[in-house]
Design a protein. Structure first.
Length: 226
């Protein structure tokens, strides 16, 4: 009987995400950090947001990326959890001739129900003349230091306006990892607008977890009969 109850406990752990992973994710990164992170009922939690290396040419100090002017929102679609980053106000990421912005955005991803299988990404924006948008995403098993992964990199995705989507990159069913977004917006001899950056994390489908749980219960029952 103890074995059977133990298997049920494991099954429940797979299906019931923690309370922390149910925190709504929508708002400025500074507010999300203050709340301890943001997540969704699937059990994926985003936390420890940080910005480093914020630089600009011919822009105001208020346009430089900071936790107080970059926002995030989360939505689940099928077996994917999507986190979308935008500027608040949006005008910060609208550059004209000879203006440039760059920064690193880092955050931690943790799962409480299943693991993350892969990452895909996309950017939305436009440019004229020689303007450009570029986002390079890197995944590391430990926290980044000023945009640098001091361990073996898990994967990298590069996005531009001519190639606005990329991935999937296999994450080997990790339960904890860090993502760094190197963002570069350049007006140069034209203009550039970055509307949003989206990351899609694929998690096990509920049916997969149910099958696994039922399998564990069957094993428990078989052992109980012995």
């Amino acid at each position: 009987m103890k074995t059977f109850l133990g298997v049920l406990a494991i099954f429940a752990a797979f299906l019931l995400p923690s309370q922390a992973a149910s925190i709504p994710c929508s708002g400025l990164l500074s507010d999300i950090n203050a709340a301890g992170g943001c997540g969704d009922p699937s059990g994926v939690l985003f936390s420890s947001f940080g910005i480093s290396g914020a630089n600009g040419i011919n822009v105001t100090s208020g346009q430089l990326a900071a936790l107080t002017n970059v926002a995030a929102s989360i939505a689940q679609s099928g077996n994917s959890v999507n986190i979308v980053f935008t500027s608040n106000p949006a005008s910060n990421w609208i550059l004209t001739a000879n203006q440039q912005l760059s920064f690193n955005l880092q955050y931690k991803v943790t799962t409480t129900a299943g693991n993350v299988a892969s990452l895909s990404a996309a950017l939305s924006g436009n440019a004229t003349g020689a303007g450009s948008d570029q986002v390079i995403k890197a995944v590391c098993p430990i926290a980044f230091t000023n945009g640098i992964c001091d361990a073996t990199m898990i994967g990298v995705i590069g996005l531009t306006l001519s190639a606005p989507s990329g991935g999937p990159v296999s994450l080997g069913n990790l339960s904890t990892f860090w993502v760094n977004e190197n963002v570069q917006i350049s007006g140069v001899a034209g203009s550039a607008t970055l509307d949003s950056v989206t990351n899609s994390f694929v998690i096990p489908e509920p049916g997969t977890l149910v099958s696994l749980g039922l399998g564990l219960i069957a094993v428990g029952l078989a052992r109980r009969k012995k």
